[in-house]
Design a protein around this ligand. Structure first.
Ligand code: HEC
Length: 392
């Protein structure tokens, strides 16, 4: 194992580091959130309601009556004979939280609804062609003009991360709306707001995800995040996220971070960014991993010209950081509305501290993980002691 602090830990070591963090989080009462977590998603076996061996109708109406009307009713009024604890949706009233486009309906019918929902998936019961026939029939049961109530447009995160892009409302009195906003909701109940015109993490929330009212194609309506805001980075206007390393006397040469997309794999999610300064210098893949209590880890993997790359971290509301001023710092803290935000990279690396930002040198491997935890005063000392042990 290399002793060089700039050398990123090998896979085995970083696994160990991570498990220490999880242990630490379980073992200490970190932040004491006064807000409720979303119920953890419960995995349920799909009910085997329909035996596959019977004569299938050939058209959408017949297939619908055969497979859907028991719960949704022949007219799509949600009043089928099979009454469930949670009623099936009425299509007549436009009950589509997961979208009513052909594609969205196809997805719902194929996979069912996630989590504890009683809406089954029909992937193994209906062929692709049959599912499209049903989609088109369901669309004839929808109202012409969809009435959009808050309940019908709420995006919910169940057992997979959910991404929504669009106009996001301003986060402060003097700040504009962000036309190119991005929300990533994690199944653990945290959600992340980014701006994508020059990618930056803007806010962290907990609880419900978002409301979206632009499904009728009208556009222009903002996405409304519904969770409780825990941290508003840089007061809602954080500084740039990447720079080329700079001499002690020169200001950071910040790079433009162009948004290249989001990704979801199982319960994991993140985004891709391309760094520019006149030309493309590097690409960065970022994974957001929610930690056991209130916090998350950003795992950054940069490829390309990364030899002098630095990552910028903006603090909470007032955006000022207090840095652990040892010979080489290991962590920094910042006050937020929800407690103290404590941030630390998983490896020792070079720090530069400016008025509002911390810059961390990305190690030669191009990989850097940074954990953010919201802690209360009681837990803080223990967390700091534990970080001393982890980040050697
Ligand atoms: C076992 C009962 C049952 C059957 C059978 C069933 N559904 Fe559902 N469906 C539900 C329930 C319950 C909901 C509401 C789920 C929720 O709110 O989580 C629902 C919701 C829906 C939704 C709304 C999803 C959204 O965006 O909110 C659609 C669309 C749908 N079902 C289509 C169908 C179609 C098409 C079929 C037949 C291929 C079908 N369902 C068969 C119970 C059923």
């Amino acid at each position: 194992m290399s002793e060089n602090p700039c050398h990123f830990a090998t896979g085995r070591h970083s696994m160990r580091t991570l498990s220490i963090i999880s242990w630490l989080l379980f073992a200490t009462a970190v932040a004491t959130p006064t807000f409720a977590w979303q119920d953890p998603p419960v995995e349920e076996e799909e009910d085997d309601i329909f035996p596959p061996d019977f004569e299938e109708p050939k058209d959408g109406v017949g297939l619908y009556l055969q497979h859907c009307a028991t719960c949704h009713g022949a007219q799509g009024d949600g009043k089928g004979p099979l009454v469930l604890e949670e009623p099936a949706r009425s299509f007549e009233e436009g009950g589509f939280s997961f979208g009513n486009s052909r594609e969205a309906l196809f997805k719902t019918i194929t996979s069912g609804l996630p989590g504890r929902s009683k809406m089954p998936g029909f992937k193994s019961y209906l062929t692709e062609d049959q599912r499209w026939l049903v989609v088109d029939h369901v669309r004839t049961l929808m109202p012409e003009e969809q009435t959009v109530s808050a309940r019908d447009t709420e995006l919910r995160v169940l057992d997979r991360p959910v991404v929504a892009r669009g106009l996001l409302p301003s986060l402060g009195d003097d700040l504009p709306d962000w036309p190119r906003g991005l929300l990533i909701g994690s199944p653990d109940g945290l959600s992340f707001q980014y701006r994508t015109d020059d990618v930056r993490l803007v806010a962290l929330r907990m609880g419900r995800f978002a409301d979206r009212r632009d499904w009728n194609g009208r556009g222009g309506d903002p996405l409304v995040p519904l969770g409780q805001r825990l941290v508003t980075f840089g007061g809602g206007d954080p500084g740039p996220a990447f720079a080329r390393d700079f001499g002690a006397d020169s200001p950071p040469e910040t790079l433009q971070a162009r948004f290249r997309g989001t990704w979801i794999r199982g319960r994991r999610s993140g985004l891709r960014t391309e760094l520019w300064s006149g030309r493309s210098l590097a690409s960065v893949e970022e994974e957001l991993a929610v930690e056991a209590v209130t916090g998350f880890t950003r795992r950054l993997r940069a490829r390309g010209e990364t030899s002098d790359l630095a990552v910028g971290l903006t603090g909470g509301e007032g955006s000022a950081w207090t840095v652990d001023r040892t010979e080489t710092p290991r962590w920094a803290t910042s006050a937020t509305d929800a407690g103290t935000l404590i941030v630390f990279p998983h490896v020792r690396t070079r720090w530069r501290v400016t008025d509002t930002e911390i810059w961390l040198r990305v190690p030669a491997s191009g990989e850097l993980s940074v954990t953010y935890l919201l802690v209360d005063d009681a837990a803080r000392a223990r967390i700091e002691a534990a970080i001393q042990e982890i980040v050697r």
